[in-house]
Structures are given as structure tokens and as C-alpha cells.
Design a protein around this ligand. Structure first.
Ligand SMILES: NC(=O)c1ccc[n+]([C@@H]2O[C@H](COP(=O)([O-])OP(=O)(O)OC[C@H]3O[C@@H](n4cnc5c(N)ncnc54)[C@H](O)[C@@H]3O)[C@@H](O)[C@H]2O)c1
Length: 706
């Protein structure tokens, strides 16, 4: 008995959740068993008229059910049983004769919020750490401790769908607005206020008015025709946002649809059945794998050294192009004063516009207020000189991707910025070592590679050279996290990780196109696999000139296996640069796009079209092969780093668990056999299996075990 303790203060009982030797509360089997025993005792304790459920953990009420236990589920029946046993305990809470109040002081997610739903009332603090929601679908499952039944009852079907299907997590104010909590109190006196609240409820001095449904909501929710419209629309929305790759929101939707209006027992049975369909699925296991990666990499200590600077206050940015503007906005958003330099005012004006456009969107979606936006925009000051750079604690270089220009900028910076300042480069493919060498502080130089668009892409590659000091690495990691980015650390080898793995895939798409495969069909093969967009769409989005330039750099570095396809050169030379010029592989007009015939007409030998299966394998396997080379060469230390990079840097589908987790599911033997076949049929160099893949094929090894 050590997860919970309960105390009595007059007619108010308090059941406090305090998992021993842990900073979080999780509803695992042991905690649930113990909770059940306490609830049985409390049910018989007539002195208690109201029971508060509280947490002893700082900033956490209950983080959820135990994901480790969910991960071990191997068959649907086991999933149903797990669900039923948790539900049985939570139902006891609902059936207590006392008035019950969940006192939410922090994260209250998944099973934790489902527990609070079984209480009569929910009160929470205002603090930013209060996060409320049912994010189960993000792990490929659904709320199985009664959430699919109780949440629609509490806040209405439509609101419940809007929370459960996307796995939304709300802050305290939003949760109050939608009715997921009943009261918000000042955090330091939350428990005292909750007691006062409970006493007031008992003495009938206080009554909680649940939100009244609007006429339209009633029309939709309270008759079968309206409900069918509501569920139909919700299904369409889910399919639009998931492209049908994620079964959990659809099963959750069907479950909610089936439980509405059913007696409790039947509703709970249906919910457990829904959970049974998902709990043992491969997609859920993959999403749990990604969840663990995410948790690990958010905190990963890449070095034992301490950062020289734990919080950057002033930064400089050189180069006010697409990336410089985005980086300036990100800095301002994180309250870093930012001086941005370019050669001319026109570029600077564009960069400010880029930043403003991001803020405009945040304003439109009500994520920020006008005053906040203006305050943050005022942190960005443009300049055509290095004025003010003397005060910068770090400088991020984001000028054109030309080594001579970058070197010049590094020399200039080295002479004028304070000796302690780190110099970071946003280069996508050039040697960081070469840039570092033209300074007198190579130990304070590293790559700091953002992805486009900066405000949306979560990944940041930190590139260390042989000379980068551990302290600089620690500083760069801390800075990346200050900016809210997921950092991975890679060695200085052309293309680093993400671009180096992505380029063979982009090249392969161009080769397939040259061979005659239809533009849309090619893109659709990959989208069906789960990539957010097809490779030809991506080429247009990035810009054919940018792609071509990086492709040339990587061809120079890696030789024949990265030979730039002729079609890419031809499209580039024709000046059709993709979206920015209005035409590339597609023609763009407004929000519409249609296939362009120009690139097709440039292909001379477009004679055959492969089946989709081989197309997909060629595209994905060249990435796996290159990724295995990165591991072989020690550019990264583990398969996990590559999977984090590909998921957060390219949108590689999380439901596949990551590129190398996917490779493991196919098996090295199969991949090597296919690559060898492709070598014979298509190209000796591009498909030559790496040494690592071949040895894994011989020993039945996997990326995650080697
Ligand atoms: N565009 C992308 O998708 C992307 C993604 C990741 C990284 N990057 C990298 O970021 C860097 C910038 O890329 P971009 O797309 O923003 O380029 P861009 O061409 O849009 O902007 C580069 C800017 O640098 C300015 N510049 C050139 N020389 C300068 C100097 N000496 N001092 C100050 N400013 C100077 C130019 O006037 C221009 O405004 C490149 O290294 C690129 O490889 C680009």
C-alpha cells in the first residue's frame, strides 16, 4: 500500500496519489489495485461526505495509464481484459456514495482524465502545467477507462469528438470553456479552494451549471438524423487529416457512435471491444515506439559537459532569406532579442514579412494576442551592417549555400563578435569543418540546421566537427530546446543525416519519372505509404534550384550512387523551379495544381512503367540503404536518432514507427534481396546494399538490436 494515502478533515476526505520513487503518477495495474482497495474502504466510511482526489506530484495530476503495460498487450482479448479491469476500478469511484472532486494540479491525461471523469466534479489550477485531454489516439488506441462514454455525456457528442478524435490536449482555460473542468482556482491554494468548493456543494450553497447546448447542437445531437450528419462529418474530417492511415480515431468514432444512448454496462462493453481492436495492433506498437523516442530525445544528454549559456537572450542572424526570416521569428517567439543582417534592405523587408506572416497566422488562430505579437516583433531589428552583433551571445549564419560566401561571413563574425559567442551555421549540406577552420574559435562553431518552414518543422540537426567543444555542443542543445526544437546530434559529413537520406529518395523519384512513371501515380505511391507529400511535389515545394544545388554537392561527395538524374538538371535549366516559379513537375495557379507536361516531354526514354510495389520499394529502400551507411560510418550513434530525424525532419509516417523500425519490420534479408535484384535490373551503384545491411541479412540482425 504505497501509491495512495487518505486523510480526513471534518466531512472532507482526501485521497492523495503519490507514486513512490517517481516524479509522475501513472495508473498502472498495481496503482489501480491499490486504488480499488481504498475506494472499498472509503465507500464504507460514513464520516466522509465529500472526497477529493489529489496528487502529491508537482505539476502532474495523473499522466495517464501505463504505456509500458499497453505496449505488452499481444492479443485483442488481453486488450479487452486490461480495459475492463481498469474500468472496474474507475466505476467504483463513480459509484461512491460520497460527492467526489478531482483536484487537477497539472497534467491530467488519458486514463488520468478518465478517472477524473468518474468524479462528480473536476477543479483545476490556472497554471500552464495544467494539461487536460484524452490523447490515446496518438498511441493508436482509444480511451478505454470510460472516456468514450462519459465525455460525450459531460460535454456533448460534438465537443467530445473534437477532443477525442484528434487526441487534443487543452490548457486549463480551454478545458473550462468546453466544460471538461468545472472551476479554476489559484494554484497555490488549489486544494484549500477545492475543499471550500466541496463544502459549498455539500451545503448546497454552490451549484455547478453545466453548459447548456445551443439550439444547433441539440438539433444535431438529440435525434438520429442529426447524429448521423455529425458522425459523417467527423469521419470525413478524420479521413482528411489522417488519409486513412490511422485506425484509432475511426474506431474511436465508431465506438462513440455505438455507445450513445446505451445503458452504461453495454456502453462500457462496446468501449472495451473498440479498445480490443486497437490495443494489440502493429500501428499502436509503432506509435508507442515513437512516443518513447520522443520522450527520450526531448531529454537526451548528448554530452556530460555543461552549456556555457543555459538561456540565450541576444542573438544575431546573418542572411535574411527564407530561413533567416523564419529563424528571426522563432527567436522572437522565444523572447530572444534578435539582430538580423542582410546585404540589402529589400531582403530584410522580406524577412520581416516572413516573420509577420507567421504571427498573422497565430493571431488568426487566436493562439496569440495582438499586443504579444507587437511586443515580439519589436525584438527583431534589421540591419545592413554588423551593428549590434557585438552584443550577440550566439550568431546563426543563414546566408546563401555557397562555401566562399559562408567562409567570408565566418571570418567577419569571428573578428567582431564577443570571444565567448558560439557561431552556428544553418547550412544544409556544406562542410561545417571548413567554415570553422577560417575562424579563431573552431571549438565554438557547429551546425545548427533548421528545416523549412522553421516555425512548423520540429527538428534541428546539430552538426559537430572534430573541433567542436563539448561545451559548445551542450550550449547548442540547450539553445535548440529553448527554441522548442527536437535536437539530434550528427557528425559533419556532407548532407548530415536528413538531407543525405532524403536525397537518394528524391533522385530515385526522378529516375522513376525518367523511366516513364506518371507524375501523380509516383507521388500517390508514396502518399499511400504515408509520406505527407510525394517526392515530386516535395521537389516543387523545396524549389528545383535548391534541390539541384544540394544534389550536386552530394554527388560530389558520394559519387555514382548519388548521380544527379538528367531530368532534374533539365527541369532546372528550363527555369521551371517548382512552386516559387509557378511551374515544376506541376503547374500552380492559386490553390490549384495540375501536372505539367514539360518535364514529361523532356524524357527521351520514358518507355515503361513499373508496378507500384517495386516503385515504393525502390524509393524507400534507397533511404534505408543510405541510413544504414550513416550508421556504419558513425555519423549518428543509433537507429533511434535516424528515426527521430526522419519523422521530425521529413514527416516520415509515425505510424510506421520510423524508417529503420520499418526496415526491421520488413527484415534485412528481404531488403538486401530486393536491392540486389534492383542492382541487376536498374543500376549497379544506387542499389548496392551497404555492408551493414548485408551483415544484418546474414545474421538476422535488426537496426534496433545492433
Ligand atoms: N530554404 C530551405 O529550405 C533551407 C532549409 C534548411 C537550410 N537551408 C540553408 O539555409 C541557408 C539560407 O537558405 P535560404 O533558403 O534562406 O537562402 P536565401 O537565398 O533565401 O537567402 C539567403 C540570404 O542571404 C543573403 N546574403 C548573402 N550573402 C550575405 C552576406 N554576406 N551577409 C548577409 N547576408 C547575405 C542574401 O541576400 C539572401 O537574402 C542556406 O545555407 C541553406 O542551405 C535552407
Amino acid at each position: 500500500m504505497n501509491y495512495f494515502k487518505w486523510t480526513i478533515d471534518g466531512e472532507i476526505g482526501t485521497l492523495e496519489f503519490d507514486t513512490p520513487d517517481s516524479s509522475v503518477n501513472i495508473l498502472n495495474s498495481a496503482a489501480l489495485t491499490e486504488l480499488e482497495q481504498h475506494l472499498d474502504e472509503i465507500a464504507l466510511c460514513s464520516d466522509i461526505k465529500a472526497l477529493l482526489i489529489t496528487s502529491a506530484k508537482k505539476s502532474i495530476f495523473i499522466a495517464g495509464a501505463d504505456i509500458k503495460e499497453i505496449d505488452t498487450i499481444t492479443d485483442p482479448q488481453e486488450a479487452i481484459e486490461k480495459c475492463n479491469s481498469g474500468k472496474q476500478v474507475i466505476n467504483k469511484l463513480e459509484q461512491l456514495p460520497q460527492t467526489t472532486v478531482a483536484v487537477i494540479n497539472g497534467a491530467c491525461l488519458g486514463g488520468g482524465y478518465e478517472l477524473s471523469l468518474a468524479c462528480n466534479y473536476r477543479v483545476a489550477g490556472f497554471a500552464g502545467c495544467v494539461k487536460i485531454g484524452l490523447p490515446e489516439v496518438r498511441l493508436g488506441i482509444l480511451p478505454g477507462f470510460g472516456g468514450c462514454v462519459r465525455l460525450p455525456e459531460l460535454i456533448g457528442i460534438s465537443n467530445a469528438l473534437s477532443v477525442i478524435l484528434p487526441g487534443k490536449i487543452l490548457d486549463a482555460n480551454r478545458a473550462l470553456r468546453i466544460g471538461m473542468v468545472d472551476r479554476l482556482f489559484y494554484d497555490p491554494i488549489l486544494v484549500d479552494q477545492a475543499k471550500i468548493f466541496a463544502r459549498a456543494i455539500l451545503s448546497k450553497k454552490e451549484k455547478v451549471q453545466r453548459r447548456r447546448k445551443t439550439f444547433i447542437t441539440r438539433l444535431l445531437e438529440e435525434n438520429p438524423v442529426g447524429r448521423s450528419i455529425l458522425f459523417g462529418q467527423a469521419r470525413k474530417n478524420v479521413l482528411k487529416s489522417t488519409a486513412g492511415h490511422y485506425p484509432a480515431p475511426l474506431v474511436a468514432l465508431d465506438t462513440i457512435k455505438s455507445v450513445v444512448g446505451k445503458p452504461r454496462e453495454e456502453a462500457f462493453r462496446l468501449e472495451s471491444e473498440g479498445f480490443g481492436k486497437l490495443g494489440a495492433s502493429e500501428i499502436s506498437k509503432n506509435l508507442i515506439h515513437v512516443f518513447y523516442l520522443d520522450e527520450r530525445y526531448k531529454k537526451k544528454t548528448w554530452t556530460e559537459a555543461k552549456p556555457s549559456l543555459t538561456h540565450v537572450k541576444k542573438a544575431g542572424v546573418v542572411g535574411a532569406g527564407v530561413m533567416g526570416g523564419g529563424i528571426a521569428q522563432l527567436l522572437a517567439k522565444n523572447n530572444v532579442v534578435c539582430r538580423i543582417k542582410d546585404l540589402n534592405n529589400q531582403a530584410l523587408a522580406l524577412a520581416l514579412k516572413t516573420a509577420r506572416d507567421v504571427y498573422r497566422y497565430l493571431l488568426k488562430t487566436r493562439r496569440m494576442k495582438k499586443g504579444q505579437v507587437e511586443a515580439q516583433m519589436s525584438l527583431i531589428s534589421p540591419t545592413t551592417t554588423y551593428d549590434g552583433f557585438q552584443n550577440a551571445e550566439v550568431v546563426i549564419e543563414a546566408v546563401v549555400e555557397r562555401m566562399n560566401v559562408k567562409k567570408q561571413v565566418f571570418q567577419e563574425l569571428d573578428e567582431l563578435v564577443q570571444p565567448s559567442a558560439c557561431l552556428l551555421t544553418n547550412t544544409s549540406s556544406l562542410s561545417v569543418t571548413e567554415m570553422a577552420e577560417c575562424t579563431n574559435r573552431p571549438d565554438k562553431v557547429c551546425g545548427f540546421h533548421f528545416f523549412n518552414p522553421v516555425h512548423r518543422m520540429p527538428l534541428l540537426e546539430i552538426i559537430v566537427t572534430e573541433k567542436t567543444s563539448e561545451e559548445t555542443l551542450a550550449t547548442a542543445v540547450a539553445f535548440a530546446r529553448q527554441l522548442g526544437k527536437m535536437a539530434i546530434v550528427v557528425k559533419d559529413k556532407e548532407g548530415f543525416i536528413v538531407n543525405r537520406i532524403l536525397l537518394p529518395y528524391m533522385n530515385e523519384a526522378a529516375y522513376l519519372f525518367e523511366e516513364g512513371i506518371d507524375t501523380k501515380r509516383l507521388d500517390n505511391v508514396v502518399k499511400r505509404f504515408g509520406m505527407p507529400m510525394g517526392p515530386l511535389e516535395l521537389a516543387d515545394e523545396v524549389g528545383i534550384d535548391v534541390g539541384h544545388h544540394v544534389a550536386q554537392i552530394l554527388e560530389a561527395a558520394y559519387g555514382d550512387r548519388m548521380r544527379v538524374p538528367t531530368i532534374l538538371k533539365d527541369v532546372y535549366e528550363a527555369g521551371t523551379l517548382g512552386k516559387k516559379s509557378g511551374e515544376g513537375f506541376y503547374i500552380y495557379s492559386g490553390k490549384q495544381k495540375k501536372v505539367s507536361s514539360k518535364p514529361r516531354n523532356m524524357c527521351k526514354n520514358a518507355t515503361f512503367t513499373l508496378d507500384d510495389d517495386i516503385t515504393r520499394k525502390r524509393l524507400i529502400y534507397v533511404m534505408i540503404n543510405e541510413a544504414s551507411r550513416c550508421l556504419e560510418e558513425g555519423v549518428v550513434e543509433s537507429a533511434g536518432t535516424i528515426d527521430v530525424g526522419m519523422i521530425y525532419g521529413t514527416g516520415f509516417p509515425p505510424f510506421r514507427g520510423g524508417l529503420l523500425r520499418y526496415a526491421d519490420s520488413v527484415g534485412a534479408k528481404q531488403i538486401v534481396a530486393d536491392l540486389k535484384e534492383f542492382q541487376e535490373r536498374f543500376d549497379q551503384h544506387r542499389f548496392e546494399p551497404s555492408q551493414l545491411l548485408r551483415s544484418m541479412a546474414n545474421t538476422d540482425g535488426t537496426f534496433y538490436s545492433s
